[in-house]
Design a binder for this molecule. Structure first.
Ligand code: GLN
Length: 537
């Protein structure tokens, strides 16, 4: 077994250049060559994890199967490569400091003064190497959040500098920068890239490979110029031009030989270029799918990144149904019984989104009622499922004040209730029901047919649960609880079998849909939306 190779991915000039996509692409291309890979992310902010962050800050919080709340880039890693990330795949400055401070309190440092260098940087290095020590990986790809030059990313870069030195030929740095086009001058400008590389060099890191983000084609002379000014081999400058979808990026990078250059620099045999057959078929199907299916996302965050995994799951499911999914955001804070009809005009399916807190929940209930009464395919996820349950209690079971105790702690009909184990929780961070739990599907239910499996495992992120005291009332009135946790008896899925597609899941299926393994619930939901669309024409 050869030594694990470490690839560090840093970014310069601006954020949002797509480091997560480049890291996922590297993983995908190396994996296609038969290597065992993993991808991890180090974020310079101080929160212990993104679990307590508002989605407006860093977008959705992604949850690993082993129950860690993480950065949304881990979603890309999983969707591109099919790997399963873990609690050790995402560290923040806060988490690193917490671990160092815990050690200090235990007396592990034997009276030493604790400092950023070496204690924090040693902890970062230990964490960067941890996964590769626990399991054998051929490649560990480490993405560093933020932009080179930020004060808070310096300890991470210092850790990389030291690791590059210690690991020698087994480590390299891929630096992603931006080449802007100045339309007034009609020119592409490489100066920001040169400065960003200088910044890295001043921290003692010489990038080995440069990936230049650009909206326009970069000529080979421009790339040679960058190579020249940045001490990088001419074969090691790549362009990452805007693509119609992020899923094109692996093909564009492979065409330019990014993976081959990495192998060359590691001194490994290059071998044949993998065909990426299934990936290409996915993209071909995606290009051919021109007919649209329109899905409303009823939620409170008018921000793409807040529902990232749901959007990706829908678009993957669209491709496999030979359709292009057009999503439109419907702000649940503004929904009323009066405007719901026009808000959902021309919609073929509805997602009632996850969320926290009271804001926008009444609008979600309005949407659930409209969808149920008009038999529009509807998928409620987590809070969305809870709103379907509340709506049914209010308008079918006749419990007018039915609610979740999250929204109204004194409701008489607490159809969504706080779990016993959550009642004494005072710390908000990392204390929800998190990660994968088993769920048994009822014989004869729609979900059983969709999954074609009796037992499934899905990821959770919530504090409140369906109150099982009401289970038989629901069942009698026609909302069936068709997914139950076999260990705890908690209700995981509700459905109304008399409707075309009206399913709510307490878990988050969107976290586990990948490009090559789209999620069965999303596939089936889109298929139902297509049928509904046809019935409306
Ligand atoms: N706020 C709800 C709960 O905590 C739902 C959470 C979610 O949608 N992820 O139970």
């Amino acid at each position: 077994m050869s030594a694990t190779k470490y690839i560090f991915v840093t970014g310069g000039v601006a954020s949002s250049l797509g480091k997560g996509i480049i890291s996922s692409t590297l993983g995908k291309l190396l994996q296609a060559r038969g290597f065992n890979i993993t991808i991890q992310k180090f974020d310079p902010y101080i929160n212990i994890d993104p679990g307590t962050l508002n989605p407006y800050e860093h977008g959705e919080c992604y949850v690993t199967d082993d129950g860690k709340e993480t950065d949304l880039d881990l979603g890309h890693y999983e969707r591109f490569t099919g790997i399963r990330t873990t609690a050790y795949s995402n560290y923040t400055t806060g988490r690193i400091y917490q671990s160092v401070i815990d050690k200090e309190r235990r007396g592990d440092y034997l009276g030493k003064t604790i400092q950023v260098i070496p204690h924090i940087t040693d902890e970062i290095k230990r964490s960067m190497l941890f996964q590769g020590k626990r399991t054998h990986f051929d490649f560990v790809i480490t993405e560093i959040g933020g932009t080179v030059g930020d004060i808070e990313s310096q300890p991470f870069l210092e850790a990389i500098r030291q690791l590059k030195w210690e690991l020698g030929k087994d480590a390299l740095c891929v630096h992603l920068t931006y080449v802007p086009y100045l339309s007034a001058a009609g020119e592409l400008k490489t100066k920001p890239t040169q400065h960003s590389v200088k910044e890295l060099q001043s921290l003692g890191i010489q990038p080995d490979i440069l990936v230049l983000r650009t909206e326009h084609e970069l000529s080979s002379s421009l790339r040679r110029k960058v190579a020249n000014f940045c001490n990088v081999a001419p074969t090691a400058v790549f362009q990452s031009k805007d693509q119609p979808t992020i899923y094109e990026v692996p093909l564009r990078m492979q065409e330019q030989g990014l993976d081959a250059e990495i192998l060359r620099q590691f001194g490994m045999p290059i071998g044949e270029t993998p065909g990426l057959g299934p990936w290409r078929s996915f993209l071909e199907r995606r290009h051919k799918a021109t007919e649209e299916v329109k899905i409303a996302l009823v939620g409170k965050y008018d921000l793409q990144d807040a529902y990232k995994s749901i959007l990706e799951s829908l678009s993957q499911a669209g491709t496999y149904n030979d359709r292009k999914v057009r999503t439109c955001f419907v702000n649940s804070e503004k929904l009323t019984p009066e405007n719901i009809g026009s808000a959902l005009e021309g919609i073929d399916g509805i997602i009632i989104c996850p969320g926290f807190g009271q804001r926008g929940t009444e609008g979600k209930i309005v949407a659930a009622q409209f969808a149920r009464e008009h038999d529009i395919p509807t998928f409620g996820i987590c809070l969305g499922m809870q709103m379907m349950v509340i709506e049914f209690a209010r308008h079918v079971l006749g419990y007018e004040d039915a609610n979740s105790v999250e929204m109204n702690p004194s409701t008489k009909h607490n159809v969504i209730d706080l779990m016993e184990s959550q009642k004494n929780v005072t710390n908000m961070g990392g204390t929800m029901r998190l990660g994968g739990y088993p769920c048994r599907l009822s014989e004869g239910s729609k979900v059983r047919e969709i999954y074609a499996q009796e037992e499934i495992r899905e990821r959770h992120r919530h504090r409140y649960e369906f109150n099982s005291e009401y289970l038989s009332a629901y069942e009698k009135a026609g909302m069936r609880c068709t997914g139950i946790n076999p260990d705890t008896g908690l209700v995981e899925i509700v459905e109304i079998p008399t409707l075309q597609w009206y399913i709510g899941t307490q878990f988050h299926p969107e976290y586990s849909s990948t490009v090559l393994k789209p999620h069965p619930l999303f596939l089936s939901f889109i298929a139902a939306a297509i049928t509904y669309k046809a019935s409306q024409q």
